[in-house]
Design a protein around this ligand. Sequence first.
Ligand SMILES: *[C@@H]1O[C@H](CO)[C@@H](O)[C@H](O)[C@H]1NC(C)=O
Ligand SMILES: *[C@@H]1O[C@H](CO)[C@@H](O)[C@H](O)[C@H]1NC(C)=O
Ligand SMILES: *[C@@H]1O[C@H](CO)[C@@H](O)[C@H](O)[C@H]1NC(C)=O
Ligand SMILES: *[C@@H]1O[C@H](CO)[C@@H](O)[C@H](O)[C@H]1NC(C)=O
Ligand SMILES: *[C@@H]1O[C@H](CO)[C@@H](O)[C@H](O)[C@H]1NC(C)=O
Ligand SMILES: *[C@@H]1O[C@H](CO)[C@@H](O)[C@H](O)[C@H]1NC(C)=O
Ligand SMILES: *[C@@H]1O[C@H](CO)[C@@H](O)[C@H](O)[C@H]1NC(C)=O
Ligand SMILES: *[C@@H]1O[C@H](CO)[C@@H](O)[C@H](O)[C@H]1NC(C)=O
Ligand SMILES: *[C@@H]1O[C@H](CO)[C@@H](O)[C@H](O)[C@H]1NC(C)=O
Length: 890
Amino acid sequence: MERSLALLLRLIGTLAIIHIVQAQSQQGFISLDCGLPANEQSPYKETDFGLQFSSDAIYIQSGKTGRVQPNLEGRLLKPYTTVRYFPEGTRNCYNIPVEKGRNHLIRGWFIYGNYDGFDLKPKFDLYLGPNLWATVDLQAEVNGTAEEILHIPTSNSLQICLVKTGETIPMISALEIRPMGNDSYLTKSGSLHLFFRVYLTKSEKYLRYPKDVYDRQWIAYFQKEWTQISTTSDVHNINDYDPPKDALATAAIPTNASEPLTIKWTNSDNPNAQYYLYRHFSEIQDLQTNETREFNMLWNGEVMSTDPVIPKKLDISTIYSQSPRICDEGKCIFQLIRTNKSTLPPILNAFEAFTVIQFPQSETNETEVIAIRNIEANYGLSRINWQGDPCVPQQFRWDALNCSNTDPSTPPRITSLNLSSSGLTGNIAAAIQNLTQLEKLDLSNNNLTGEVPEFLGNIKSLLFINLSGNDLNGTIPQSLQRKGGLKLFRQGNPRLFPSESPTISTGKSFPVVIVASVASAAILIVVLVLVLVLRKKKPSTVQVVHPPPSRPTMNVPYANSPEPSIEMKKRRFTYAEVMKMTNNFERVVGEGGFGVVCHGTVNGSEQVAVKLLSQSSTQGYKEFKAEVDLLLRVHHTNLVSLVGYCDEGDHLALIYEFVPNGDLRQHLSGKGGKPIVNWATRLRISAEAALGLEYLHIGCTPPIVHRDVKTTNILLDEQFKAKLADFGLSRSFPVGGETHVSTVVAGTPGYLDPEYYQTSRLGEKSDVYSFGIVLLEMITNQPVIDRNRRKSHITQWVGSELNGGDITKIMDPKLNGDYDSRSAWRALELAMSCADPTSARRPTMSHVVIELKECLVSENSRRNMSRGMDSLSSPEVSMVFDSGMIPRAR
Ligand SMILES: *[C@@H]1O[C@H](CO)[C@@H](O)[C@H](O)[C@H]1NC(C)=O
Ligand SMILES: *[C@@H]1O[C@H](CO)[C@@H](O)[C@H](O)[C@H]1NC(C)=O
Ligand SMILES: *[C@@H]1O[C@H](CO)[C@@H](O)[C@H](O)[C@H]1NC(C)=O
Ligand SMILES: *[C@@H]1O[C@H](CO)[C@@H](O)[C@H](O)[C@H]1NC(C)=O
Ligand SMILES: *[C@@H]1O[C@H](CO)[C@@H](O)[C@H](O)[C@H]1NC(C)=O
Ligand SMILES: *[C@@H]1O[C@H](CO)[C@@H](O)[C@H](O)[C@H]1NC(C)=O
Ligand SMILES: *[C@@H]1O[C@H](CO)[C@@H](O)[C@H](O)[C@H]1NC(C)=O
Ligand SMILES: *[C@@H]1O[C@H](CO)[C@@H](O)[C@H](O)[C@H]1NC(C)=O
Ligand SMILES: *[C@@H]1O[C@H](CO)[C@@H](O)[C@H](O)[C@H]1NC(C)=O
């Protein structure tokens, strides 16, 4: 009896009771059939209750759709037969319009139904905005569950988020939002998590809309110690709570009138829970004149109120807690016991119990949330983690943002927005003006046009603006030019006046610098005015001398950088030299997360790749210097080497050796006319890349974690030798047993170590994982993530194909079966062990190198045997490992 109550609520979903449905208002209801494709009939009227359901697609940007196994389908209401599941991202959120300040019933349904055929029941967390609402554990609730809460949203949009907490994939079947009456279910603090809601009847029907105008669900509940009474008369049910008439028309009385009516339960999950109880009474018997019914309510044996309850004839009384109640070690006993005066036993018609959930973390300031959403829409950004609250909880904060959130009770504010190199077009978004506590704004390296808006000058807190590398025009507004303490960067906007960056000194010993540049005819004039006099009047103000607006201007490298310089012989280039070597950045050869890459030439012949970094993509000058110092010392034939750098003012660039033959991805796909490489070459390339990675891990002090190993970062030279790129922007990590904690989300979806989601740490084994994915790509030539594939991630796909045991189904068909199946199997096993979700089970890179070399030997011996027939045209097949490549500790 005790356990059955809590369970009752959860015995759901499989019930299908046909009700005659009359049209009634579902005003304000939002009923989402999660995973219903938007192009299927939507909205539709669900037949049992007449609820109008629609696809959830417009309320969420992510997730995929699935359907429960056919044997279950017939037993579920239609809205609960499809699911949306979230193989990608840690937090996926619905964004649903609601009425701020109004109580809402929010209910989610979770019925796994083996939709993916894995029979892996998920366990994950559910959040409302930034706060934990519930843990959904379908390993315990095997038949599915519902979570329901009564909650007053603090803004007009409600974020309902599913958060991955382990290996399993979060999923949801349906979402139901119902606005509630104004004066019901109020608490002193916190929201109400439904514990149970029952009406006392021997029937097995459960009630919901349209019997219940708010679509609450009333579960039938009865005990053998009780007797049912009922009425066929109409019971008046209107008060603040409006429970269904049907729930009031039956009731329970104890069979032995002297005994109490008792409902008890044990909440061992949450023994300290606070409860709010709502008891609905109505007298549904005809009392004789010599009969009375009155009773007291007891909570854990104590009388709850001074006056006894006398239910009203065919009319509702709802008695509710004004403040929360607790139980003794999770054991709760609710009793009704008749008074001495009463000739009749106590009666109970319906009963609701809720536990209190506190939601301590404030949501981000609503104006700012609207503003950032407008910015997102304005630029058509789509980032997997731009879901839910932008700032909190901190571990899910959106990329590109920084926020102030010291105290959970005050709404966080956005303090930094970095949209550099995000492909932005159009004007600078007006919505930025509503981020009124912004300190740092980086819009560099986009295609922004139009004028620099006046409002930037009105954001008082702004200290740093980077507009460089766009196509802005007009003049910098006065409000910005006059703004004290501001660093403004805007090179590379040839139509923007005045053209030079006003920049102020941050060092104490430097006077204010007034910088202007004028290009006229053939002379570049740098006007440097150091005016100590001015400083007395306006200590931290920058003034800009305007050039004649009609003249073309050029960027002039400015002298007197206030920052100390990196002293390195020959390797440091001025910005002018960088411009010259790239012929004014004429040939863009790539674009990475940190900026664009241009082709260049030094000394007339040596080819280089110049990576232009936006200032804010580095963690600051000190880190940049440390990084460069380290990278200049890293040399390995399978690593793209850094040959120099530029750090002039805010111009930061890294200059790498140029690797001419594209990347491994291009060769695998055959894109851009690249030949498809054969199996032996693939093995050799991967062995070489593995050597490069091994060198970073064990040949460097401190060790370097690459953090972004992927096929597009494996470059090939004329001889098809592999060179690993982009490790330059990994961050070295401290030696001596300390583990590296990354603060910047790194990596590429699909390649990212799954443990990163729990630990937020990337170590050498994370590179091993990514390398495993590279090997799988090389073997199968399948996309790493393919939403149209039933097993979207390559490891899942290979895992399921492996069950068939047929390697030819796994291997890249473009290889035409031309490979040694032993080497193929071995490489595949190696790849899967590298991609093991548990880092401890992954091999080291040294082990990977050995394995790959052996695969190659096996493949080459097969080729040598059949060489008579093969015409070996490419230089790729013979593989010689330089013996000098063995990594050595520094
Ligand atoms: C799940 O449903 C089956 C069949 O309806 C039932 O036998 C079983 O007890 C249910 N399990 C739980 C935990 O409710
Ligand atoms: C409930 O409150 C809202 C505003 O808070 C108001 O517009 C509405 O009329 C109220 N409804 C009732 C039934 O009082
Ligand atoms: C009813 O309950 C009272 C008090 O517990 C008890 O004394 C009495 O024997 C019970 N009557 C029957 C018929 O069980
Ligand atoms: C009330 O009166 C009826 C007759 O009118 C009688 O049968 C019954 O026993 C009485 N009940 C009580 C509790 O005295
Ligand atoms: C009710 O009866 C009990 C004993 O049966 C007695 O202790 C109690 O004081 C009575 N209460 C009232 C209000 O008469
Ligand atoms: C949110 O920010 C706006 C300014 O953008 C401010 O006017 C408003 O008071 C803030 N709201 C809260 C709740 O702090
Ligand atoms: C800017 O737009 C031009 C053409 O409209 C395009 O060629 C170029 O790649 C874009 N640059 C960036 C950084 O998006
Ligand atoms: C800024 O916020 C206010 C109040 O929330 C809103 O009315 C206004 O439209 C917003 N401005 C922009 C440019 O988005
Ligand atoms: C800036 O360029 C836009 C077109 O890109 C043009 O409409 C506008 O007039 C220009 N403004 C100035 C001040 O030149």
